[in-house]
Each structure stands twice: as structure tokens, then as C-alpha cells.
Design a protein around this ligand. Structure first.
Ligand code: HEM
Length: 406
């Protein structure tokens, strides 16, 4: 699919300042008109945009829908992502089929429900200590810096075996890496630096292994099952995806719930783990933070919704549009933490590439929100929502600062 036309809308489309939590209005209009359409990317190439809920459910697991970012028609998010894809080896982030399953099997162990339950006390301690510090320091704080970013960063450091003292470095690098305005040169430099940093850690874990994922990967490198370059790149991916996503969800959720005190109270008081999980899913559905589209390429002709996606066509999944589909989620613009089918959202993806960290994200989000609202009942915004700066240009949506007081 090579034709371009000025009438083909450019993607991604901006969210509206007046409705900062809602998917872009233009995407919602496109979704209302039909489940699949065509858009233009920054390379002036045409790709299919899938916004329909049922169509995404069908295409996510389709074996002919590939995440092959080395394919010439892959619809890259930005010039920097294109250059990085050309540089990077094969990992779980850009393979499919047996190759992807092999990578995923190697790395899935720490994310089993049993292993994650063991992390619960660590997450609770991290949250309690950050809130103790917050309360001891005064009566106002930037909640992103004080709680939202430190909690998932501490947890992913523990899981991977990365020293938390380096958090300023990797948080900043991730933020720059996820910004679509970052230049190609800057993105390359940051990735090479992060790869060097994690490679050094891998080498040190070969000498002195610990109970962590980088030590496990070092062992796989020693056994010849993984190249050190592949291991380092996967560690970069886990480090970045493991803190920036959940941190953004914490910031956005606190902001949205402070504006909706009845929903805040409902969520704060949930004791049943199943109901809590569903309430958190509602927040994840509502925010749909991976808002610049999940990218794919067709490995064969695919018939869907009366259209033929041809082999080699680029495909973009807009999960926000599907998560706000009024037929699947009635009254989608309302946060309803008791929504019965919230767990059916697509904000963690679906199929073989679905989020490996989704249970961890729920664990961190649940403990952080409930503990914060229980321990600081007078928490309120120290500004107005129109003063908050949203990460419109980032691959993962969020807020940079959240001034609160109590
Ligand atoms: C609320 C927080 C999170 C959200 C909304 C989120 C969202 C997503 C989405 C949408 C995907 C699918 C990407 C695609 O299909 O192209 C994904 C994959 C992934 N996520 Fe998350 N994520 C979150 C938290 C985490 C955490 C905490 C970790 C790690 C500890 C993590 C690690 C990963 C990895 C490694 C993948 C790639 C899986 C694969 O390709 O097989 N994520 N995530």
C-alpha cells in the first residue's frame, strides 16, 4: 500500500486540551465511522488504522500480523524508532511465532502470579516509606516525583537487579527515548549508553550472580541461549517499560480520582482482590496510555471488516478508540470503578505480545492508590487541571508533575 493522498489523515492525532483523558477527538470520529481505515504516517506512507474493538480482538492474535520492525513497510512511530529498529537485534519486542515464544519463555518466570505475590510486601514497603517521607517533609509535594515515579522504579530495579541509585539516569533516558520529538542522534546516543550500562551490569552479574532477572539473563548468555547484545537490549526494554508506564498510570489516576471523589472513595474502600483488579482495569481502560498506536505489518493477505489488508501493508492498532467504544463499554467517558466488563479492555494489548507486566502493574497501582488515599484522606490538588502539563508527544501518555497538598 504505497499511495498517499493529502486527504488521508495524518496519524497520530492530538488529544483535546479540554478533555485530556479522552482519546484524540479525530480518532473517535474515525472509529465511529468504521472499524478500519487508512492513515498517513510521518514517512508519508499509508497504513491501516484499526479502531474497532472486535477487529482488534481478531488481529492481535492473528499469526499473520507481525511485529517485525525490520520490515521495509513497518509503520514506525518516529524517525528515532526507525533508526533504533535498524540497529537492534532480534528480541521479544520485534519477533513473532516460535522465536518470540522462545524469548518470552526465557523471561516470563518473575511474572507468574505466585512470584508476584512475593513482591507484595516490597511494594507496600516502598509505598509506605515514600508516603512517610512526603508527610514528614511538609504539607505539599509533586506527587509524580515523590511517589508515582519512585515506586515502580524501585520495584523494577529490584526485579532486574539494577541499582536504584542510578534512577535519575534511567528515568531521564527513558523519558527522552519515549518522546517523539527526540532526534535520531539523541535516541541513538541514549540507547547506546543504556545498552553499555546494562551490558556492564550483565558482566558483573556473571561474576556475582544475584536473585534477579539480569542474573538469569547472564546465565542464559553463559549457556549460549542468548547473545549478550540481545540480553542487554531486552533489559533496556524491561527497565523502561517497567517504570514509565506504571508511573504515568499512577499520576493520571490520582489526578482523575481527585476530581471524582465518589469514585476515589469506592476504589479506596474495596477489599475484594477481584473487584480491586477490575476497578484498576477501569482506570487502565480509561487512560489508554500507549496512545500513539501499536505498530504491526501484515505477513499475508488478511480479510477483515470487508477490507483486504495486503501482505506487506503497515497496520496501526489504536487501543484508546476501542477502549472507548460505546457498544463494548457503555458511557465510556465516565470512570466507573464498578464497571462489570472493565477487564475486557485492550490497554495491555492482547495475544502473544500482551503486556508481560500487567499483573505487576495492577499490584503497584492498587497498593499505591489505596495506601495513598487511606493514609492521606485530605489529599487535594494544589493547582487546577488546566495548569497540568500532559505528555502529549510521548509514546506513553502521562503527566510531568502533579502538585498536591493535604
Ligand atoms: C499500566 C502499566 C502498563 C501498561 C498500560 C502497559 C502496556 C503494554 C502494552 C499495550 C503492551 C503491548 C505492546 C504491543 O502489543 O505492541 C505491552 C507489552 C509489554 N509490556 Fe507493558 N504495560 C504496563 C506495564 C508494564 C510493566 C510494569 C512491565 C515490566 C515489568 C511491562 C513490560 C512489558 C513487556 C516486556 C512487553 C512486551 C511483551 C511482548 O512483546 O511479548 N509493562 N505493555
Amino acid at each position: 500500500m504505497t499511495e498517499t493522498s493529502t486527504e488521508t489523515p495524518f496519524y497520530p492525532m492530538p488529544r483535546a486540551a479540554a478533555c485530556p483523558f479522552a482519546p484524540a477527538p479525530q480518532v473517535r470520529e474515525i472509529a465511529a465511522a468504521g472499524p478500519i481505515s487508512k492513515v498517513r504516517t510521518w514517512e508519508d506512507k499509508v497504513a491501516w488504522l484499526v479502531t474497532g474493538y472486535e477487529e482488534l480482538r481478531a488481529l492481535f492474535p492473528d499469526p499473520n500480523v507481525h511485529l517485525d520492525n525490520k520490515h521495509p513497510n513497518f509503520p514506525y512511530i518516529s524517525p528515532a524508532m526507525k533508526a533504533l529498529a535498524e540497529l537492534s537485534p532480534r528480541t521479544m519486542f520485534n519477533t513473532d511465532g516460535a522465536e518470540h515464544a522462545r524469548f518470552r519463555r526465557m523471561l516470563a518466570k518473575p511474572f507468574t502470579p505466585k512470584r508476584l505475590e512475593l513482591l507484595r510486601p516490597l511494594v507496600q514497603k516502598a509505598v509506605d516509606e515514600r508516603i512517610d517521607e512526603m508527610l514528614a517533609a511538609g504539607d505539599s509535594v509533586d506527587l509524580v516525583r515523590a511517589l508515582g515515579l519512585p515506586v515502580p522504579s524501585l520495584v523494577i530495579c529490584e526485579l532486574l537487579g539494577v541499582p536504584y541509585e542510578d534512577h535519575e539516569y534511567f528515568q531521564r533516558s527513558t523519558e527522552i527515548g519515549f518522546d517523539s520529538n527526540t532526534s535520531l542522534e539523541e535516541a541513538q546516543q541514549i540507547t547506546i549508553e543504556m545498552l553499555g550500562y546494562l551490558n556492564k551490569l550483565l558482566e558483573s552479574k556473571l561474576e556475582n550472580p544475584g536473585e534477579d532477572m539480569i542474573s538469569d539473563m547472564a546465565e542464559l548468555v553463559r549457556a549460549g541461549e542468548l547473545q549478550s547484545w540481545e540480553a542487554a537490549l531486552q533489559a533496556v526494554g524491561f527497565l523502561a517499560a517497567g517504570h514509565e508506564t506504571t508511573a504515568n498510570m499512577i499520576g493520571l489516576s490520582v489526578l482523575a480520582l481527585l476530581e471524582r471523589p465518589e469514585q476515589l472513595a469506592l476504589l479506596r474502600d474495596i477489599d475484594d482482590p477481584k473487584l480491586l483488579s477490575s476497578a484498576l482495569d477501569e482506570l487502565v481502560r480509561y487512560m489508554s496510555i500507549t496512545h500513539t498506536g501499536l505498530r504491526r505489518v501484515a505477513a499475508a493477505d488478511i480479510e477483515i471488516a470487508g477490507e483486504t489488508i495486503r501482505e506487506g501493508d503497515g497496520i496501526i492498532f489504536d487501543i484508546g478508540a476501542a477502549n472507548w467504544n460505546p457498544e463494548t463499554f457503555p458511557d465510556p467517558e465516565t470512570i466507573d470503578v464498578t464497571r462489570p466488563n472493565a477487564a475486557q479492555h485492550l490497554a495491555f494489548g492482547a495475544g502473544r505480545h500482551n503486556c508481560i507486566g500487567l499483573q505487576l502493574a495492577r499490584l503497584e497501582l492498587g497498593i499505591t492508590l489505596q495506601t495513598l488515599f487511606r493514609r492521606v484522606p485530605t489529599l487535594r490538588l494544589a493547582t487546577t487541571i488546566d495548569q497540568i502539563s500532559f505528555k502529549e508527544d510521548a509514546m506513553v501518555y502521562g503527566i510531568t508533575t502533579l502538585p498536591v497538598e493535604w
